[in-house]
Write a protein that binds this ligand. Structure first.
Ligand code: SIN
Length: 479
């Protein structure tokens, strides 16, 4: 397992030789010690990315597309090995981890398509004495700070478009899951990506983030993580006027109308809610169900949730792994306690369950009935396997409850009436709407939010746009 940092094509320790431990999310067992880098290594990484910029941005988009395609291929070839690392450090079930590697590979394939399409555009002038073109140039050296819940796919989502456009990159993975990122760095070296094009360092997020945003040579930062950290980064980015993409918290509503196909809605609720043990920004957080089908939905949802196998991600058939840390367990306990005190009923779950040889971090999929908007779980993102279900009478009420949040990432609607779906989709104040599905992630689509969920899009041509600095050239032509 790679346990050093990648700077300028070399594997390095921290200057101080200090390290920090990385643990197995299920057992707490030590997996490795990785460098505790700070400001000076952050600067080394920028130096390397800056030195590589001229060369990489000079490679033709078609050639860059060939690199991107071989990265996708290498990811698929190392699927098993990478998935095992993801499962060990982040805890998710092995088949979800394998799906994550495929998801990551898709970002490279999508970016390769876009690299092949990159070209200058001629602008039709209204004046005969002018010729105008727009040239897509790379933003420059870009930074990525990635989360622990998708240790590979979020890196791929940020590296692939940057490389497609000709940017070079400095990357800092989450402290809880750096080993996937280091294995990914090794893969990039193995496919022959030139030294310094992508640099991966591990360490203190505040120190590294500050060093990158204060340097002046880093021209963009893409961050996936909490809204609180996103706000901080916005402030730090102001001095050097660094461009940002922020994918922050979510608080997704999941609306089920009385005309919905209930088995479909239940299957989608289970798949969407309990993926990564509920620890994704797009997991449904608030279930809002028409009163005519409320009892049926709640009982079928609870039955299905309680049948999910809980255990270590590496064990066969497991659908729900551990939560990432003890704070996550406490947060869910607090939300349940608050909800019950305000009148909610626990239909299934509500506690952690013991798993032999493991930490007490396995929370049973929990369904709460009689949820209301005043409950903590209806006001704050849960990031765990807790599903509170409220009811509504009218379409207007459903929309009002769904939109009563400053967050605006994902939302879900279930109905068999196409006119209603169209109406509701228009009114939902969210960047993403899932219609009769609970899983919306796709590397070819514009992933991103509104309001407190951040701004910028990742995936497809929209993701590429974030790394382009358009140069407009206006030439005088003798009429
Ligand atoms: C996230 O939780 O930040 C990403 C979820 C996804 O891409 O599916």
């Amino acid at each position: 397992m790679q346990d050093r940092n990648l700077i300028g094509g070399e594997w390095r320790t921290a200057h101080s030789r200090e390290t920090f431990p990385v643990h197995d999310a299920a057992t707490g067992e030590l997996l490795a010690n990785v460098p505790r880098c700070g400001a000076s290594e952050a600067k080394d990484a920028i130096d390397a990315a800056t030195a590589a910029l001229r060369g990489w941005s000079g490679v033709s988009p078609t050639e860059r597309a060939v690199f991107l395609t071989s990265i996708a291929q290498a990811l698929r070839e190392r699927r098993t090995q990478l998935a095992e690392i993801i499962t060990a450090e982040c805890g998710k079930p092995l088949d979800e981890a394998q799906g994550e590697v495929d998801y990551g590979a898709d970002y490279f394939l999508s970016a390769a398509d876009e690299a092949n399409r990159l070209q200058s555009e001629t602008i039709k002038s209204r004046r005969p004495d002018r010729a105008m073109i727009a040239i897509p140039e790379p933003v420059g050296v870009v930074a990525a700070i990635t989360p622990w819940n998708f240790p590979l796919a979020m890196l791929a989502r940020k590296t692939a478009p940057a490389l497609a456009v000709g940017c070079t990159q400095v990357v800092k993975p989450a402290e809880l899951t750096p080993l996937t990122a280091l294995a990914y760095g090794q893969l990039l070296i193995d496919v022959g990506l030139p030294a310094g094009v992508v640099n991966v360092i591990t360490g203190d997020p505040a120190v590294i983030g500050q060093a990158w945003l204060g340097d002046g040579r880093v021209r963009k930062l893409s961050f996936t993580g909490s809204t609180a950290v996103g706000r901080l980064l916005m402030k730090l980015a102001a001095d050097q006027v660094v461009r940002l993409s922020l994918e922050l918290g979510g608080h997704a509503p999941f609306i089920v109308f009385s005309d919905a196909d209930i088995p479909t809605a239940v299957a989608a609720a289970v798949n969407g809610k309990f993926r990564v043990a509920g620890q994704t920004c797009v997991c449904p957080n608030r279930f809002i169900v028409a009163n005519e089908v409320y009892d049926e939905f709640v009982s079928k949802f609870a039955a299905s949730a309680s049948s999910l196998k809980i255990g270590r991600g590496r064990d066969a058939g497991v659908r729900v792994g551990p939560l990432i840390d003890d704070r996550a367990v406490t947060r869910i306990r607090n939300q349940i306690q608050d909800a019950v005190a305000r009148g909610a009923t626990i239909v299934t779950g509500g506690t952690t369950v013991p798993v032999e040889g493991c930490l007490d971090r396995f929370f049973a999929p929990t369904v709460l009935a009689n949820a209301t908007s005043d409950m903590l779980c209806f006001r704050e993102e849960t990031f765990g396997p807790l599903a509170p279900v409220a009811t509504f009478q009218t379409e207007a009420q459903a929309i009002e409850i769904a939109n009563a949040t400053p967050y605006g990432l994902a939302s879900y609607v279930f109905s068999s009436d196409s006119a209603r779906i169209e109406r509701i989709t228009r009114q939902l104040n969210y960047g993403i709407v899932g219609v009769n599905t609970g899983v919306i992630s796709d590397a070819y689509a514009p992933f991103g939010g509104r309001g407190w969920s951040g701004f910028g899009r990742e995936g497809g041509r929209w993701g590429i746009e974030e790394y382009i600095s358009w140069k407009y050239v206006c030439a005088s032509v003798n009429a």
